[in-house]
Design a protein around this ligand. Structure first.
Ligand code: MLT
Length: 374
């Protein structure tokens, strides 16, 4: 099997690929692509390509639907960098509460002052701030990152109000009792002194922070966005910053316009840029690719449902299909299909079964996108 890397991927992680997997620079022969932030929307994809793994959680740099329609399975690594992003979020929270960057800049500017220690005593009142203890943190998105941020905020003595329409019950019960989960994000906007957002950018979440949302918020709210730029409407943010509705906006996804707005603290997208997160993400991505290319198992895919049958012993077949495909005919055509693991998610289906017969017949059925034998 051959894989290509569109970005540097941690060597530690690549060691998790099965023996015999070879790196290639030629995308035409790659069975798999590993990617971090490279934008793939304009790329052409060769027929050899079977899967793409993003070493990270967000997948807005990948054309998921185009790849789904070609029968290319896309994986991400949910949770693998969550602790790194959580730690940066906590740092961001404190950076908005205390003007440490301002104080640091002052020390740098005055570092030749013989009386620095004395002058500092006078200067320091400019950098005074407040404590986060007792304040309310609103968390939009209680997935792997938001969940950990909520837990940490509780440990810091903050009140936490969270919103996540996709929060599974199994996770909800694990949240500290002090976290109030609400069904309407307006309740978060209304209650919070600080709001942090940890959701992917997609059609449902783009522009979450717009005029109507700002109107619900407390005057002087602080907004943290270490997720994606598109979650915030820039025109409305500018207005909210100028009017003081938003006292501070801290983000690791600023563009030129946002970086020039008043009361913005911006820095590069560093959330997952720790050695540990890079290793964790690369390892998880390599394991997902390896298990898929060897066994046909799909775990953590963002464009096909999960199907897993463990390690294979004989031949195995995976059918990728559109929802509504002729699965009943598949059962007639292939005896092994009777015992297939079949799942459908968001219009895309996957069926994995033992045996390697009748691949050609399956390909001819309506709605079948791709048949792979392992
Ligand atoms: C993620 O999507 O995993 C984080 O935003 C970090 C990254 O983009 O690498």
């Amino acid at each position: 099997m051959k894989y290509a890397c569109l970005n540097p991927i941690s060597e530690f992680g690549l060691q998790a690929l099965p023996a015999g997997f070879e790196k290639t620079e030629d995308l035409n022969e790659a069975d798999a692509i590993l990617v971090r932030s490279a934008v793939m929307h304009e790329m052409e994809f060769a027929p050899a390509l079977k899967c793409v793994a993003r070493a990270g959680a967000g997948v807005n740099n990948i054309p998921l639907d185009v790849l789904r329609d070609k029968g290319v399975v896309v994986f991400n690594t949910p949770g693998a960098n969550a602790n790194a992003v959580k730690e940066l979020t906590v740092l961001a929270l404190f950076l908005t509460a205390r003007d440490v960057p301002g104080g640091m800049a002052w020390v740098r500017e005055n570092k030749e002052d013989e009386n620095l220690a004395k002058s500092m005593e006078k200067a320091k009142k400019k950098f005074a701030g407040h404590e986060v203890y007792g304040k309310t943190l609103g968390v939009i998105g209680l997935g792997a990152i938001g969940f950990m941020v909520a837990e940490t905020a509780v440990a810091l003595g903050m009140k936490v109000v969270g919103y996540d329409p996709f929060l599974p019950d199994a996770l909800r019960v694990k949240l500290p009792a002090a976290v109030t989960v609400v069904d309407d994000q307006k309740e978060v906007f209304r209650a919070a002194d600080y709001i942090t957002v940890h959701v992917p950018e997609n059609d449902a979440t783009r522009g979450t922070f717009r005029k109507e949302a700002f109107a619900e918020m407390k005057d002087g709210v602080v907004l943290l966005n270490l997720a994606r730029a598109g979650l915030v409407n820039e025109d409305d943010l500018e207005e909210a910053l100028k009017s003081g509705k938003v006292a501070r906006y801290i983000t690791d996804v600023p563009d030129k316009r946002v970086a020039n707005m008043p009361n913005v603290i911006g820095f590069p997208h560093l959330g997952a840029s720790t050695e540990e997160a890079e290793d964790n993400c690369a390892k998880m991505a390599a394991e997902e690719l390896g298990d898929f290319l060897l066994n046909g198992n799909i775990r953590n895919s963002v464009n096909f449902p999960a199907v897993t049958l463990g390690a294979k012993e004989g031949a195995r077949t995976l059918v990728l299909f559109k929802e509504g495909a002729e699965t009943e005919k598949m059962k007639v055509l292939v005896p092994g299909f009777q015992k297939a693991e079949i799942k459908v998610k968001k219009g895309a289906g996957a069926a994995l079964f033992e045996g390697g017969e009748a691949a050609e017949g399956l390909k001819a059925l309506d709605g079948v996108v791709r048949v792979l034998t392992f």
